[in-house]
Design a protein around this ligand. Sequence first.
Ligand SMILES: Cc1ncc(COP(=O)(O)O)c(C=O)c1O
Length: 413
Amino acid sequence: MRPESLMMSYGYKPELSEGAIKSPIFQTSTFVFKTAEEGKAFFELAYGHRAMEEGEELGLIYSRINNPDLEILENRLCLWDEAEACAVFESGMSAITTVLLEFLKPGDLLLISTPIYGGSDHFIRKILPKFGIQVASFKVGQQPDTVIEQVKNSGMADKLAMVYIETPANPTNDLIDIAGSKKIADYFSKPDQPVYLAVDNTYMGPLWQHPLKHGADLVLYSATKYIGGHSDVIAGACLGSHALIKRVKGLRTFLGNMAGPWTGWLLLRSLETLKARMDIQAFNAERVAAFLNTHPKVEKVYYLGNLTEADGEQYQIRQRQCYTNGGMISFDVKGGEKEAFKFLNSLNLIQLAVSLGSTESLAEHPATMTHVDVDPAHRKELSITEKMIRLSIGVENYHDIISDIEQALACID
Ligand SMILES: Cc1ncc(COP(=O)(O)O)c(C=O)c1O
């Protein structure tokens, strides 16, 4: 069965919860053991002191280690990405930072694509160096062989421990080749020192791009976005092999940044409509982009559906990696900040707010909001200028979204 058919029931046993059709919120800090022997056995497994026996499962111990709402959620999230295992977190940032801290150590080199989400960029460039971790970066369009040469010439090639990418890039929709990034990671991998590839897949959600199929070792999500989808919860997720997620969960236990049962329950509810919501969002985005493409007050539209064969490699990556053109559109208005702000202040239906992937359409100004912390020269190089607006397309009737954009554009002098 397809994941969308399983989101209502998979991994939940009503007979363990008085027949309740939906999983209750297991708002409990700890779990009662039937016997001391059972408690001992659970702890042996939780701390990896012995291997799991045939048919044995990790029992419930304490909600910082595991909780039914989180376990059901993790099992359901695995279905979309066809991952072996998943760990959920109280925010996207805690998923990202836990992965970086688990797989990097002092002296290591981390290679990242640019641009990446501002919060991830801040942690990587400003906090990781305090722990002696060096950072190198590559740009959209740079070929894997060139990046390999760049790392070799840095004199730190033997220290490379992780390649971290985000694709499509926020807010420009530029694409990074996942398989190409895996090639870079593999080139520097040694049997005793593997180089892992981690991909932040937030912008495409678990439906529209499956990085594990293109060679990623770990997939990361801000579950605040499409997975949560209602702008009412902050959460994160990381997926990958049993072995890697065991390590991620190990550190999560001691950082204590797992999601709580209430967050887990909210996300279970959100997952039931994930496919339906995202289908509508992609459908609406195509229509909104088509409208913007021909509007006289719009200078340029940044949307995956606008890529053509003439765009060369970007188009090829789109065809290989993405199942749809997504729900995110950026565009440049003719003019600058004054015109962009006039547009934003004139919207009625579309809300002026950061974040993305939710049921309501959102608009924001990357240069002064989400990307204000990016060095101005670098921002310009990335085409994030004063005239750019970022739209996250929601599930409203697309005629209404377009009418709102049309009347707001008309307000610009
Ligand atoms: C691409 C991307 N990754 C990670 C995050 C961080 O997620 P959270 O806000 O859930 O901590 C965000 C948040 O905007 C994001 O856009």
